[in-house]
Design a binder for this molecule. Structure first.
Ligand code: GLA
Length: 382
């Protein structure tokens, strides 16, 4: 009997794509594994180390098996997986439901069961499964059901991260296909515009998000600052304020938290944002409730996210997407707390790690442009 399922809360980890693109190799993965432990990321909950596209040769071998590129991974993928496991981490790899991956390497189409077995032999714990180059006559529900069945029959527990980009109403069928996460948007870029667009596009889809099948809003760009060799991702970078808001949105919206910067040379601020225990606890709350979005008076680009937590508390995120500072006002009755209840909210600031005391009826913190405030609140008698 299994004593845990694969994704009771949103998966957390690191992925090579955002910063390293096709420039991946054995040494990068090993030194990143070391950094995940040394920088305290594993301890904070980031357990998966995921090698994205471009790890294999351009053709399969004569037995139809995928072949790790000997220049990038001279000892093969099992050796890499063993090293990752020796650090207490889990190992993730990438393939695609089409004949080719997005970068043109062999995909798993019509090789689903044998590839899954091979991944199991190597010790893979997580498969990111992309959506490029598939026969135009086939729809994705069939192809994601296939790989899910193949993984479930591989003899090893392997999490399926469906990278389906939100097409074909993926929200409606992906849970029944068996995937643990589903990408719901186009690829993220290291820019405020991309963060804002992705977050707003998924507000209405929160009802499809929950334990064992999480809405993946794509990898984090926190700490990239426009760096990296990925021409599709590195778009000039963001301010720390914007990275903080990005992380708070992904945390509040139950997205998987998959880091995409070079953690071996991470800035102190990026580390602080990524390891904020109070925000991670909101993302990893065992009840995995979706948040709801409350509009605020006087600014269409400001809003509050409200997420009920397992212990009876509420996580509140105050966001200002506009270009000027704004007092984002929450009237408590908008989240169900009436004046007649005789109760107020006791606020704990999750970014400053400070208790703020009991508030009645309304709370209106000033929020900087593209900024946020995040609180944990208890409902208490006044
Ligand atoms: C797609 C995915 C990305 C990345 C690349 C790799 O664009 O959405 O996350 O995996 O393919 O080629």
């Amino acid at each position: 009997m299994k004593n845990r399922t694969l994704a009771p809360t949103p998966p957390m980890g690191w992925n090579s794509w955002n910063t390293f693109y096709d420039q991946i190799n054995d040494e990068l993965i090993r030194t990143t594994a070391d950094a995940m432990v040394e920088q305290g990321l594993l301890e904070a909950g980031y357990e998966y180390l995921i090698v994205d596209d471009c790890w294999s040769m351009k053709e399969r071998d004569q037995q139809g098996r995928l072949v790790p590129d000997p220049e990038k991974f001279p000892q093969g993928m099992k050796a890499v997986a063993d090293y990752v496991h020796s650090k207490g981490l889990k190992f993730g790899i990438y393939s695609c439901c089409g004949v080719r991956t997005c970068a043109g390497y062999p995909g798993s189409f019509e090789h689903e069961f044998s590839d899954a077995e091979q991944f199991a032999e190597w010790g893979v714990d997580y498969l990111k499964y992309d959506n490029c180059h598939r026969p135009s006559t086939l729809t994705t529900p069939m192809l994601y059901r296939r790989i899910s069945m193949a993984l479930r029959n591989s003899g090893r527990e392997i999490l399926l991260a469906a990278c389906q980009w939100g097409t074909e109403n993926v929200h409606h069928w992906i849970r029944s296909a068996g995937a643990q996460t589903f990408r719901s948007t186009v690829d993220i870029q290291d820019s405020w515009h991309s963060i804002e667009t992705i977050a707003l596009s998924q507000m209405e889809n929160q009802c499809f998000n929950g334990p064992e099948c999480f809405n993946d809003m794509d990898m984090l760009v926190v700490g990239m600052y426009g760096k990296g060799v990925n021409p599709e991702a590195s778009m000039g970078g963001c301010s720390d304020e914007e990275y903080q808001t990005h992380f708070a949105l992904w945390a509040m919206m139950n997205s998987p938290l998959i880091i995409g910067c070079d953690i071996r040379s991470m800035s102190a601020k990026a580390r602080e944002i990524l390891t904020n225990r109070e925000l991670i606890a909101i993302n990893q709350d065992p009840e995995c409730r979706s948040c709801c979005r409350l509009p605020v008076y006087g600014n269409p680009d400001a809003f509050v996210l409200v997420k009920p937590l397992e212990n009876g508390e509420y996580a509140l995120g105050f966001f200002n997407f506009s270009d000027t500072p704004f007092n984002v006002a929450l009237n408590f009755w908008d989240m169900g707390l009436t004046s007649a209840s005789g109760r107020g909210l006791r606020f704990r600031d999750c970014l400053l790690h400070k208790d703020l005391g009991l508030q009645r009826e309304c709370f209106a913190p000033q929020v900087m442009p593209h900024g946020c405030k995040v609180y944990r609140c208890t409902v208490e008698r006044l």
